[in-house]
Design a protein around this ligand. Structure first.
Ligand code: ADP
Ligand code: MG
Length: 846
């Protein structure tokens, strides 16, 4: 297991042993992110996994011990999906995956007798048997013992919930191994999708290969030779294969055991890079796999599954074939026929068969579409349901007059953009609708979401009720506090300074008491803070508006917790994560959407350059020039301290060098995650008040920080950041009317060609970058903390496939309008599958 995962496991276990009190690491689990992120990247951990860890740990501190336990368990499971080796033990008896339809099986199909089955060959008995036969001779019998007595004839969960041990030749050992891969039941197997396919119908003949090419070829082994090299210290095995068009030499270094695995006459498929040796084409240590001759002739597209120890591709494929052939046709399709046909999709059995053993590329594509469609469809049905549930309660009305609102707008230091005005109009209507508002404001960094939220709070305060604003960090909370105070109090404001208060973890206890009292008696109208707001025993007299900033940084539980501080309060969530509209409608379909797609006037796009590490001097020159002009600059580092493993330039070390050697005449501030919140705020405030020319920082400044006088953002180790993060960081500059610059310096010169960095230089548009980001990351992570609600249900659907999403969304909408609670008899199966997909207790996904 990778050291960074090992480390994670260690701390998780410690945390478990400590009863989830978040003391496994001094300062809390989230602290480990500062260095873990870099370690994980150095270990080559997939970006989406890294992001999952970051997301969960960041909000960890704000969770209850029970939610923390759930969060860590969920996270570990998520890691196990990508790194099965990290998963120690499968959880007994519970299926890892939810799939809507897997268990709906016709009762009629249960025709096979069940008798105690001895296990003659516990090891690998299935492959041998199956291999000898044309087709699996005996389908797996359904486990009567596990069928709920009196199960409905509609095809209620039955056979597909059977344990894998009901299968021929699968004993507890194999079942355990498959369990590691997430397969506990027959249904799980149907939904265990291949990782990729080998398409033997479009293989390249060996004679057409050329040097340097990356290919898969199939050939029959002609000869196998093993000889010692380096004076007997190592061995090399040379295998010659031929496909009838030409021969190819394969060399395997230092894997002497392979000599016995290769037999002349066997067919193997090899994948790798074509190399050259003494003028001939060769492949060095290619990936290889034996090919069943039968599958070569019959299935030209062969599934390749993710494996774990103790099982082979061939074995799994054979078991799979047995299960798929018998069970897939018996799965009842819960999707209404009319929906399926109008969406041009194959039936579920057909899709399940073809996802494993496709007859053609076309069928495979259709199968993928169908399975992805289901995921989006159920997701969408769920959010629609959620929405009407929310709208079914009454909420207090907050009418305001045009005169009153105009006066507020006039008192602002700027005119709202059209997009801001539209968002405000939406909110104003929501607040006066008598139903709880559930609105998402989506706007790129710097588009001016804060003022819109402040005006919403003013409307509520004007009617005597309270607003709570929750931000992910105390720096941001403090900034909002200043903004709100500036916008809403004073000459033209409607509130007194004492009516707006800041509540963060660091607020001194006596002051907290005062704030609590003020919230309880209603004298405080607006409270702005971190999750301290929900953690403290805070009671509101009349909380009517809950605002959540940077919503992706909060967990489902935290958002729900804030809402429960009031009675059906209005909810406003804000996000700077730009996603395509149809996608937003699907993922956040439970929320109404206002998009602020316009920047305040006078903003200029940030000029972005990718520099080579040796061009750092140029960056410093530009930076100095800006500072001479009275501007300020950020310098960002990916880590805080030099780690022995990776040569990341570290904020702390470089801060020393920068302030002593490079900019001895300038004032530099330092900001990083290991500082105490008070120190962080202090550094931020000093920078804002222009006491520092340069702020040297890690990514703690990432979200929302607003210092319009800063015009340079220099990012060191830029290749270590994700696209979304880079865009967020860049959003810290270009907030005033002056030209701003973003300078990206990768760790190594060769990373200067990094695709993400190039994308940054090419576009300032958050939407464009988000699309790119989506393409690079898997579906799950994009949903951020929403995943605890449902993204684990998205395995086939790619978030990037906007067309498919739109299709599924429209279908779900249509069906929903006809029968929102799926009460019509023809939707009985669907209702059941829907329940499965959503599971129990997953109600709140705000
Ligand atoms: P974000 O949407 O990223 O939260 P902010 O609300 O922090 O953005 O706004 C970014 C900056 O733009 C702030 O300095 C804010 O005062 C300013 N701003 C907001 N709206 C306008 C506007 N209509 N005209 C000019 N400046 C604006
Ligand atoms: Mg903001």
């Amino acid at each position: 297991m990778q050291p960074s995962l090992e480390k994670l496991r260690k701390f998780f276990r410690l945390e478990h042993e400590n009863g989830y009190n978040n003391i496994a690491i001094i300062g809390g689990l989230a602290k480990m992110l500062d260095y873990w992120e870099g370690d994980a990247r150095a270990d080559g951990i997939q970006e989406e996994v890294i992001q999952a860890v970051i997301q969960r740990l960041r909000s960890y501190d704000g969770l209850s011990p029970q939610s923390r336990a759930d969060a860590l368990r969920g996270l570990w499971k998520r890691i196990g999906e990508t790194y099965p080796e990290a998963q120690q033990k499968p959880k007994n008896g519970t299926s890892n995956r939810r799939h809507p339809t897997n268990s709906v099986v016709e009762e009629k199909s249960e025709v096979i007798e069940q008798r105690p089955r001895p296990e003659p060959h516990p090891r690998e008995s299935v492959p041998r048997e199956v291999q000898r036969q044309e087709r699996p001779q005996r389908p797996a019998p359904p486990p009567r013992s596990e069928v709920t007595p009196g199960a409905k004839a509609s095809g209620t969960p039955a056979a597909l919930d059977a344990k894998l041990t009901v299968l021929q030749g699968i004993g507890p050992k194999h079942a355990e191994t498959l369990g590691k891969l997430g397969m506990q039941t027959l249904g799980d197997m149907l939904y265990y999708y291949p990782r990729r396919y080998d398409d033997y119908s479009s293989l390249k003949p060996i004679k057409d290969l050329f040097y340097g090419e990356q290919v898969t070829v199939i050939g029959t082994i002609q000869s196998v030779h093993s000889r010692p090299i380096r004076g007997g210290k190592a061995t090399i095995i040379e295998v010659i294969i031929s496909d009838g068009t030409a021969g190819l030499r394969l060399s395997f270094f230092n894997q002497p055991w392979l000599a016995n695995r290769f037999k002349a006459g066997d067919a193997i498929s090899v994948s790798g890079k074509v190399d050259q040796y003494l003028g001939r084409l060769v492949m060095n240590s290619p990936d290889w796999e034996s090919v069943e001759v039968e599958s070569l002739h019959t299935n030209r597209i062969v599934p390749v599954y993710s494996l774990t120890e103790r099982i082979t591709q061939k074995w799994l494929r054979n078991v799979m074939k047995q299960v798929v052939e018998y069970w897939a046709p018996r799965v009842v399709d819960a999707l209404p026929e009319s929906t399926r046909i109008s969406a041009h999709l194959p039936t579920l059995p057909e899709a399940l068969i073809n996802i494993h053993f496709p007859d053609s590329q076309e069928k495979l594509t259709a199968a993928r579409e169908r399975l992805a469609f289901d995921e989006i469809f159920y997701l969408q049905m769920g959010v629609l349901r959620q929405k009407i549930d929310w709208k079914s309660v009454e909420a207090r009305r907050f009418p305001v007059s045009d005169e009153w609102l105009d006066a507020r707008l006039k008192s602002l230091p700027f005119t709202l953009t059209n997009a801001q005005q539209n968002a405000l109009k939406d909110i104003r209507a929501d607040l006066d609708s008598g139903k709880p508002m559930n609105r998402l404001i989506q706007g790129d960094v710097g588009s001016g979401k804060t003022v819109v939220a402040a005006l919403a709070a003013a409307i509520v305060a004007n009617n005597g009720a309270q607003t709570a604003i929750m931000s992910p960090t105390s720096i941001l909370a403090e900034q909002h506090y200043r903004n709100f105070t500036g916008l809403l109090t004073g000459e033209n404001g409607t509130l007194n300074p004492g009516e707006i208060r800041l509540l963060v973890g660091d607020t001194p206890e006596p002051e907290k008491d005062v704030i609590r009292a003020g919230l309880a008696d209603g004298s405080i109208k607006i409270v702005i803070g971190t999750h301290a707001i929900i953690e403290e025993p805070v009671a509101f007299q009349e909380l009517q508006l809950a605002v959540i900033d940077e919503q992706h940084r909060f967990g489902v539980e935290q958002r729900a917790a804030l809402r429960t501080k009031g009675t059906n309060p209005h909810l406003l969530v804000m996000t700077a994560t730009p996603i395509p509209r149809s996608l937003a409608l699907t993922l956040y379909g439970d929320l109404d959407l206002s998009v602020i797609d316009e920047m305040p006037a006078g903003r200029m796009p940030v000029n972005t350059y990718v520099l080579r590490p040796q061009e750092r001097e140029r960056a410093f020159t530009l930076l100095r020039g800006q500072i001479t002009d009275g501007k300020q600059a950020f310098i960002i580092y990916p880590l805080i301290e030099e780690s022995d493993k990776i040569e990341a330039r570290a904020a702390v070390d470089d801060y020393e060098t920068l302030s002593k050697e490079v900019f001895p005449d300038l004032k530099l501030g330092l900001l990083h995650g290991r500082m105490r919140p008070q120190e962080k705020d202090d550094a931020m405030l000093k920078f804002r008040d222009r006491k520092y020319h340069i702020l040297v920082s890690t990514t703690v400044i990432e979200v929302g920080v607003d210092v319009p006088n800063a015009t340079v953002m220099l990012i060191e180790g830029a290749d270590r950041f994700g696209l979304a993060q880079l865009h967020q960081l860049r959003g810290r500059v270009g907030r005033g009317s002056d030209q701003s610059y973003c300078l990206l310096i990768p760790t190594h010169e060769d990373a200067a060609e990094n695709e993400r960095l190039r994308a940054m230089a090419e576009s300032n548009d958050g939407f464009v970058l988000a699309e790119k980001d989506l393409q690079q990351r898997g579906p799950g992570e994009f949903l951020g903390t929403r995943q605890s609600g449902y993204s684990s249900g998205l395995r086939m659907a790619s978030i990037t496939d906007v067309k498919l999403i739109e299709r599924a969304r429209v279908q779900a909408q249509t069906l929903f309008e006809r029968d929102p609670y799926l009460q019509q008899p023809e939707h009985a199966l669907l209702a059941e599958a829907f329940g499965r997909f959503w599971g129990e207790g997953k109600g709140d996904v705000s």
